[in-house]
Write a protein that binds this ligand. Structure first.
Ligand code: 7TS
Length: 410
């Protein structure tokens, strides 16, 4: 078995995740919905509980001891994130609610400052709705136009079309690093180089990338990235927007309120310096402390080992799933990560998902918040199995058995 050749001690890792220990519908849980949200290790759960039990206090606001402890723990996450993505400064690490808020922040704030009537914004066909709708709202507000990079039948971006789309009117390019529906790893270096040749900034939706591969913002030379804590073994409701300081300095605040101000006067208010200029109001303190613990956990396992194990799972899945009768893979790009989307003959994805659930196998079914992509393939949705480093080859075998059962029932 391929697993034996890998360095990860999967059984030890699995024992760190309480949710993975349970039975669902009388069967040991096979959790293949990691692209929607990942499970949380004890380290994250216990760290958040410790904050609420022993340290609960607001941040940045008190001279008292607990507030200082809470602030230090909270700000320590910013340091961990900076190191994790290799940002050059903590000023470039903005705390958000998640990927969705990060993209909305850039569309709203960058958009207000830099996007005017007749300008163009480039996205792609395979975007999650959260990297489509904020740009559509901006375009409607200012009279700008949205351009969409097409995808080929395998689920890869058509790069020649992209190169031709870039014009002097293009103000920003925003694309997914990895597609949540197909698993395609987009050629982001090339996308960034082509845009930068015309001084156009690039935003990457890195929600599906950060949990699976090393993202180094300086090496990529990317202008903005957004990602979510809950897909990287940390809690929901916390996320990160990275932005190059030169852009963030020029951009106006997104939300007004406490913490983001310097001096408030009715005549004129001045704002905090970065990163707090973009962080109004009391944040999800326990959540960010949990995010720090999640990053520490990923660092302990090692992103290279994570990627190697998940690639082996993906390779195995791509080998055994097509052996099932009438299996149609949706998304067969040359470069993929952690996601296998498929349809089984004419069987509706929802029916497949329901039967798999009875067998304790959790997959996601539907359009995965990528309706235009489903339209591109003229399908209502897919069944999606998405892997994390705690998944095993045996679990993929169970999925295959489950799918054979589905076939028999229809
Ligand atoms: N971008 C991508 C590529 C995503 O996969 C998701 C969530 C988001 C943005 C939005 O992230 P949020 O944390 O702000 O909600 N993707 C999925 C999914 O594939 N199934 O459920 C959520």
């Amino acid at each position: 078995m391929i697993e034996k050749s890998l360095s990860l001690d999967i059984q030890k890792i699995r024992s760190d995740f309480p949710t993975l220990q349970q039975k669902v519908n009388g069967k040991p849980l096979v959790y293949f919905d990691n692209a929607a949200t990942s499970q949380k290790p004890l380290k994250v759960i216990e760290r958040m509980e410790a904050y609420y039990r022993e340290q609960n206090s607001n941040v940045h606001r008190g001279v008292h001891t607990l507030s200082q402890i809470a602030t230090d723990a909270y700000e320590n996450t910013r340091k961990l994130v900076r190191e994790f993505i290799n940002a050059s400064s903590e000023r470039e690490v903005i705390f958000t609610k998640g990927t969705t808020e990060g993209i909305n922040l850039v569309a709203s704030s960058f958009g207000r400052k830099f996007v005017k009537e007749g300008d163009e914004i480039i996205i792609s066909t395979l975007e999650h709705h959260s990297n489509i709708v904020p740009w559509q709202i901006l375009c409607e507000q200012v009279g700008a136009n949205l351009k969409v990079i097409p995808v080929n039948d395998r689920g890869e971006l058509e790069m020649e079309a992209y190169a031709q789309m870039l014009t002097d009117r293009t103000k920003i390019v925003s694309v997914a690093y990895i597609s949540n529906s197909l698993g395609t790893i987009n050629p982001v270096r090339e996308i960034i180089e082509l845009a930068h040749a015309r001084n156009i900034p690039v935003m990457l939706d890195a929600a599906q990338a950060v949990p699976h591969l090393k993202v180094d913002v300086q090496e990529l030379d990317v202008d903005f990235i957004a990602f979510s804590g809950h897909k990287m073994f940390a809690p929901t409701g916390v996320g990160i927007l990275y932005g190059k300081e030169r852009w963030l300095e020029e951009m106006p605040p997104y939300m007004g309120g406490g913490d983001m101000i310097d001096v408030v006067r009715f005549e004129k208010t001045t704002y905090s310096s970065l990163p707090h200029k973009f962080e109004a109001g009391t944040p999800n303190i326990a959540g960010f402390i949990g995010l720090g613990a999640g990053i520490e956990y990923m660092n302990e396992v090692g992103i290279e080992a994570i990627a190697a194990h998940e690639n082996a799972l993906l390779e195995y899945g791509h080998k055994v799933l097509p052996e099932i009768e009438s299996m149609r893979l949706i998304g067969t790009a040359a470069k993929k990560a952690s996601v296998i989307s498929f349809l089984l003959g004419e069987i509706h994805p929802y029916d497949t998902g329901t039967i798999l659930d009875e067998l304790g196998i959790a997959v996601r079914t539907g359009h995965h918040c990528t309706q235009p992509l489903m339209q591109r393939y003229e399908i209502p949705g897919t069944v999606r199995a998405s892997f994390a480093f705690y998944n095993t080859f045996e679990e993929i075998d169970k999925l295959v058995e489950g799918l054979k059962r589905v076939r028999q029932m229809f």
